[in-house]
Design a protein around this ligand. Structure first.
Ligand code: MLT
Length: 316
């Protein structure tokens, strides 16, 4: 009787918990996307446990390097965002090659940002904020999650548009930064709505504007003007998130993950949670691996030009 061919290792994939590396601190905007997504992905992978591993630091490059070095067996994935595409212009020695060290599994969502301050700041709209900033040049603490992070980039663009330089205060993520903003240790931050919506709704911070071209529909954010209508013409920033695996992960596994991703993006619990925080689920061609890689390649070009124009190239 012919021996049955041994099943390839991936035939039963996944048969043990999967680690989802998040390159920022727990409790922050990317962590919120990741945990919502992990729950939706679990349901599409036979209820296998998806464990979130927060590996923060250096604007997300520490977590990205950890995922790039992980075994390419499908049991370590990375949920990352735009700073995967900004870091090449900001770090002269990245511990990984952005376009070569990852398998591109697909995009997840795009998250708007909000300009928020401590309640101690005596301004109650963007015009008053601009006046306060002008009057406090050299004494403004602007929180971010490290060089290359979304909050760092938005802060760079804000300073460039307002022509006001601010003192950057870096954290391992905007979750710890938010704690210091609420207590008044820092003055201002540009952060994603998956982190700021709850704080704005609870009246824990002051909110001045959103970074998108259109006002948001989320009830707690709907009254906020855009930066564009507040005078910063053309200001338009949203933070995309995507799913990645270490280079060399078998195609049968990356195909399995890509189809699970597409179904997870339709999970009603995931959609409700994310859209309730202002995020927009990505359902276009960028959800297919190869198109996601082309998109990230274009983002590296785009952000490289923005960073160079702001005179910030290779700050690390
Ligand atoms: C976070 O989750 O802490 C943020 O994504 C950090 C950032 O990029 O601003």
């Amino acid at each position: 009787m012919a021996a049955t061919a041994a099943l390839p290792a991936w035939a039963e994939y996944p048969e043990k918990p999967i680690t989802l590396v998040v390159p920022f601190a727990a409790g922050g905007p990317t962590d919120k996307v990741a945990r919502d997504f992990a729950e939706a992905l679990r349901k599409q992978l036979g209820n296998i446990v998806v464990l979130v591993d927060n590996a923060g630091g250096a604007g997300g490059t520490i977590g990205a390097a950890k995922a790039a070095r992980a075994p390419n067996d499908g049991y370590t994935l990375l949920l990352h965002h735009v700073s995967l595409a900004t870091s090449p212009a900001l770090y002269s020695k990245l511990p990984y090659k952005t376009l070569e060290d990852f398998e591109y599994l697909g995009m997840v969502n795009e998250v708007p940002m909000t300009v928020i301050s401590t309640k101690k700041l005596p301004a109650n709209n963007f015009t008053e904020l601009r006046k306060w900033l002008d009057g406090h040049r050299g004494k403004i603490n602007l929180a971010n999650a490290g060089v290359g992070s979304a909050s760092h980039l938005c802060g760079l663009m804000l300073q460039d548009a307002l022509k006001v330089e601010m003192q950057p205060i870096s954290y391992k993520g905007t979750a710890p930064a938010m704690t210091d903003l609420i207590s008044g240790q820092v003055d201002l931050m540009c952060d994603q709505t998956t982190n700021t919506t709850a704080q704005i709704e609870a009246g824990m911070v002051k909110a001045f504007a959103v970074t998108t071209q259109q006002r948001l529909k989320t009830p707690a954010l709907a009254a906020l003007p855009t930066l564009d209508e507040s005078g910063l013409k053309g200001f338009n920033v949203t933070i995309w998130h995507g799913l990645f695996a270490p280079k060399g992960t078998p195609k049968a596994i990356t195909d399995r993950l890509n189809s699970a991703l597409k179904l997870a993006l339709k999970d009603p619990v995931f959609v409700k949670s994310q859209e309730g925080l202002g995020a927009v689920i990505i359902n276009d061609a960028r959800v297919n691996g190869p198109e996601q890689k082309q998109f990230v390649e274009a983002e590296i070009e785009k952000w490289g030009a923005v960073i160079k124009a702001a005179g910030q190239q290779y700050v690390q």
